[in-house]
Design a protein around this ligand. Structure first.
Ligand code: ATP
Ligand code: MG
Length: 262
């Protein structure tokens, strides 16, 4: 199982929309996909139409004192063919505080995910907009991190600080963590400012994904319809962009293909 964290400490950059769209697109392409909502806001959970996550969420599992590995299956929700979600709930904020006092506090999520690694090709971790212990757990459990960012000056500064966090996790907890890439979201090529920021990112040799995601009101509407944009309006240009992004992500998974065992 390839574990990919979708993370950036900047809020509202499209982490959740990207996780959801990639999950749906990769499952449609034949991969067995597990999505984990790691945000106490539970945005992905709501967007997937789950309203009864209390007591059966990633928080419940992380709340375990770590003495034995809690079975992830207790919180799993099948959403569609080959697509499963582990939801979040508000209590996850308290979990983060409780984790701080635990031994191996950065590895709690990794311990939970390991037993199911034979059942899924890919696990997508939707991170909260912070660099707290939950995000550190995600970066410690992941083999790769995908960083959505908006093409704006303030976001570029935040991105650089987040890349430093990735380096620090690599140095301290997870030497094999790869930066899968930076995916530009809310991109509008009519805006000089957007084009200039993307040019600057290229000049700085930041590893940009080929696919950029544009702005579309349909992406926000899809959340209200409890669907990802990929299901909601498959012909929408941003739905198609997400399918191309999923193809890039799949290529990064090397020999792992839908026909192979997980
Ligand atoms: N490509 C897009 N075009 C238009 N709206 C979008 C797009 N992507 C996401 N949105 C909307 O922007 C808002 C923020 O997106 P999203 O929740 O995916 O960001 P996030 O990084 O997960 O936010 P948070 O940091 O709060 O977790 C949501 O209302 C979402 O529906
Ligand atoms: Mg989010």
């Amino acid at each position: 199982m390839r574990v990919i964290a979708i993370a950036n400490n900047k809020g509202g950059v499209g982490k959740t929309a990207t996780t959801h769209a990639l999950g749906v697109a990769l499952a449609s392409a034949g991969y067995h996909v597990l999505m984990v909502d790691l945000d106490p806001q539970g945005t992905l959970t709501t967007a997937c139409g789950i309203r009864d996550a209390a007591g059966r969420s990633i928080a419940t599992l992380l709340d375990d004192d770590g003495s034995n590995v809690p079975p992830l299956t207790r919180a799993m929700r099948p959403l569609a063919r080959r697509l499963t979600l582990v939801p979040a709930e508000r209590a996850l904020s308290a979990t983060e505080t409780a984790l701080a006092g635990r031994v191996l506090r950065e590895r709690a999520l990794k311990r939970i995910l390991t037993p199911v690694s034979g059942y899924y090709h890919v696990c997508l971790l939707d991170c909260p907009p912070s660099c707290g212990l939950i995000t550190i757990n995600a970066l410690t459990a992941a083999q790769a991190v995908l960083v959505p960012t908006q093409p704006q000056a303030a976001d570029l500064a935040a991105l650089k600080s987040f890349l430093a966090t990735i380096d620090s996790v690599r140095a301290n907890y997870n030497p094999r963590l790869e930066l899968l890439g930076i995916v530009v979201t809310f991109y509008d090529d009519r805006l000089i400012h957007h084009r200039a920021i993307v040019a600057k990112m290229r000049e700085d040799k930041l590893p940009l994904m080929e696919t950029m995601i544009g702005r579309s009101i349909r992406v926000a509407e899809a959340v209200g319809a409890e669907q990802s944009i990929v299901d909601f309006v498959a012909r929408n240009p941003q739905a198609q962009a997400y399918v191309r992004l999923a193809q890039e992500v799949a290529r990064s998974m090397g020999g792992m293909s839908p026909g192979n065992r997980c």
